[in-house]
Design a protein around this ligand. Structure first.
Ligand code: ADP
Length: 455
């Protein structure tokens, strides 16, 4: 069967939803196709923090920030491999994008707290309600309903259709073994996410990232958009830049948001009861360090002093219940008890915690020079979970210009084809800073929707 639209958006994560809603508001007849039964992709399962320089929460907390500092942090964090022009555009458009999310999409951001991931000079991460992407995906869904934008789930895009001049005019898709052709009068937006769940594709670029790593990604994140666009000679960039996340579920690979207590002073130890890396090191450094430990696993430990500030157990109740049921996380009145639950060396762990408490008091971590300063771990209850690294984000992808038009290997625009989100490889360089993906996908998703609708 054949269906006709102005704009066809492939993928229903944050980038695709932002693009579709913007295109619809620009007067285009839009459809979203999504291969999974559910909407949201990786965007649904993120912590959802969004870096926005000069945002309203910073203003009310008296935090000074600027577009310039954000650009510098982002470029530096990616070893200067991000595209400066695209990073500048992302930084400039971050605030309007966040205001659009807040005022139009009705995303509920906390008014009195901000997140600061590694690599950022100041606190600038807006936090959605309950610290998960579910807040904004559910609000996006409500908006697509209101605007009557159809979302065709269980529908996999398999190829792009070009006319004789090379302009992209539609998408071949498959649903339950049936072929569907989606014609796009104005444009196709590629928003299929990265390729973190595709072991063959990621080891092609980085052999080290084999099955020892899980993946934090949703199942659909297989690099389809990159493969489809490459058939049209699209140019890729930075494909070997693949980010791991150190602290994840040891069976499913899912990110352990509950262990974000690490940003507030939780320590990471091995089975021998010793710290082995600075807890705020880069994600790749911590990941590799964990794989070098006994059983390729690590244990995250914190007490009530940290929980009172971080509140991760309080916020991520379901995660705690699930990890606890599987024997992967425990809460206890003593550190000894936690050590025996996991078979971690008790005496060594107690001695380690003693050292941490001294470092917390003196303000100087004499072992790993913790940049946030260690916090005491003295007050019960204590919390401990086991973790291993997963592949988290693929920084590389399609090359686009400032209008999100996809470029070919000669640097020419592929007419009719736009791309936004993790499928692109422009902004993060070698290493994406935490909280930058949401900024990236919202800013460029909006641009892609506007541009596709206009042509
Ligand atoms: P982003 O953060 O860039 O928006 P996400 O990972 O959140 O990316 O979302 C990408 C979405 O695209 C996922 O829901 C994924 O299932 C979907 N997707 C991936 N490949 C295809 C495809 N071939 N056809 C349709 N949808 C796809």
């Amino acid at each position: 069967t054949e269906q006709n639209f102005d704009v066809v958006v492939i993928g229903s994560g944050g980038a695709g939803l932002s693009a579709a809603i913007t295109a619809k508001n620009a007067g285009a007849d839009v459809v979203i196709i999504e291969k999974m039964p559910t909407v949201g992709g990786n965007s649904l399962i993120t912590g959802g923090q969004m870096n926005v320089p000069g945002n309203w929460v910073q203003k009310s907390m008296g935090i000074e920030d600027s577009i310039d500092i954000f650009v510098k942090d982002t470029l530096k964090g990616g070893d200067y491999l991000g595209d400066p022009e695209m990073v500048q555009l992302m930084a400039e458009q971050a605030l309007p994008a966040a205001e659009w999310l807040r005022d139009y999409i009705k995303v509920d951001f906390y008014q009195d707290q901000l997140f600061q991931f590694g690599g950022h000079s100041v606190k600038r991460g807006l936090i959605p309600r309950n610290h998960t992407g579910a807040e904004w995906i559910s609000k996006f869904m409500a908006k697509t309903d209101e605007l009557e934008i159809p979302i065709h789930t269980r529908t996999t895009a398999t190829a792009l259709i070009q006319d004789q001049n090379g302009r992209v005019i539609g998408v071949e898709a498959e649903k339950n073994g049936q072929k569907i052709t989606y014609m796009a009068d104005r444009g196709v937006v590629m928003a299929t996410g990265g390729f973190g769940a595709n072991v063959a594709m990621r080891t092609k670029y980085v052999p080290e990232l084999d099955t020892r790593y899980g993946t934090t990604n949703a199942r659909g994140i297989m690099g389809d958009g990159i493969v489809m666009a490459e058939k049209l000679n699209a140019k890729t960039h930075n494909m070997e830049s693949i980010q791991t996340y150190p602290i994840c579920h040891t069976d499913t690979g899912v990110i352990s948001l509950i262990a974000d207590s690490r940003f507030f002073g939780a320590i990471v130890v091995n089975k021998e009861g010793n710290r082995f890396v600075e807890e705020l090191e880069r994600r790749d450094v911590i990941s590799r360090a964990i794989l070098a430990q006994t059983n390729q696993q690590a244990y995250v430990l914190w007490g009530s002093e940290i929980e009172e500030i971080a509140e991760t157990v309080k916020v991520h109740k379901d995660e705690f219940a699930e990890l606890n049921r599987k024997g992967m996380m425990f809460k206890a009145d003593s550190i000894e008890e936690l050590a025996s639950k996991f078979g971690v060396d008790k005496q060594a762990l107690l001695a380690q915690v003693d050292r941490v408490n001294q470092f917390a008091k003196s303000g100087k971590d004499g072992e790993f020079n913790h940049r946030g300063g260690l916090k005491p771990i003295m007050k019960a209850p204590f919390y401990m979970l086991v973790a291993k690294p997963s592949v988290h984000h693929t920084m590389g992808g399609l090359m686009t210009d400032t209008k999100t038009r996809v470029l070919d290997t000669k640097g020419q625009v592929i007419d009719g084809l736009y791309a936004a989100g993790e499928v692109t490889g422009m902004t993060h360089g070698s290493n994406r800073l935490g909280g930058n993906a949401i900024t990236d996908i919202t800013v460029f998703g909006r641009i892609a929707g506007k541009e596709a609708a206009a042509h």
